[in-house]
Design a protein around this ligand. Sequence first.
Ligand SMILES: C[S@@+](CC[C@H](N)C(=O)[O-])C[C@H]1O[C@@H](n2cnc3c(N)ncnc32)[C@H](O)[C@@H]1O
Ligand SMILES: [Zn+2]
Length: 279
Amino acid sequence: MNNRKIIEGALACPVCGAALSLTDDGKSAACGGKKRHLFDFAAGGYINLYTSRASGGDSGECIAARNAFLAKGYYKKISDEINLLLDKYAGAGARVLDAGCGEGYYTGRMAASGKTAFGFDLSKSGVNIASKAAKRSGLPAFFGVASVFALPVLSGSMDAVTTIFAPCAEEEYARVLKQGGILLLAGAGKEHLIDLKKAVYESAYENEGRRDLPTEKFELLEEKRVTYGIELASGEDIENLFAMTPYFYRTSQKDKEKLKEFSSLFTKIDVELFIYKKK
Ligand SMILES: C[S@@+](CC[C@H](N)C(=O)[O-])C[C@H]1O[C@@H](n2cnc3c(N)ncnc32)[C@H](O)[C@@H]1O
Ligand SMILES: [Zn+2]
């Protein structure tokens, strides 16, 4: 099957909301509405379905740092745990939407574990990296540029939505999920990267945890904490990890320079996973 066919029954036109399907030449997605809106696949294999003029999402620099860091496998345990929870609650062959997918590390690994995966992010460079990797692997994953607050996705079409260190758009996730569908949120636990923070700041505060957990449309099924330690093996890995955190933009150049003194660094990983079911 043409991998691009996975968009059928899942994607919706961002202009009129009608279902999108693959054109005969396989180069575009066309909607079934009266105006037959057409969206071309970019060379990298993704589609830009973001209709607002405002741009946003993580910068190319941040995405490149995250891509280099994640490729080293330091967060593989988090990804493995997410896949196990998806298997348990949504089924091994589930159709999963990864909201705020960045450069698609987790999304690609979901597809590699048997799921049909859809990743959306505002960052074009993230989506481009993600879809190129999916193209190389031939795995069933589609990536699109879109806001998680206005997903170009048919209502009730997804078995699961994941939001991994990305915003929670409760209403929109409830809309795209089928009845009883699963929402999995991942966020930094109290001690996440605490040793990295200590290397930079005089007083390193603990994280407060996610403050945007769903309140109305979902019921909590399970909470799980993933904690382990990593030994960052090079100055480059340390800088890449710091560049992909929210602290990067809030830290002075002087404080960032402190990291250059390290050629390796141990830090704790502490990630909270919340699994909800659509009411
Ligand atoms: C901290 S990153 C996490 C990326 C990825 N889930 C990961 O863990 O590697 C947050 C991501 O959310 C994206 N993002 C932020 N606001 C968004 C929005 N309204 N719609 C879609 N993506 C958004 C950013 O571009 C960025 O890629
Ligand atoms: Zn349309």
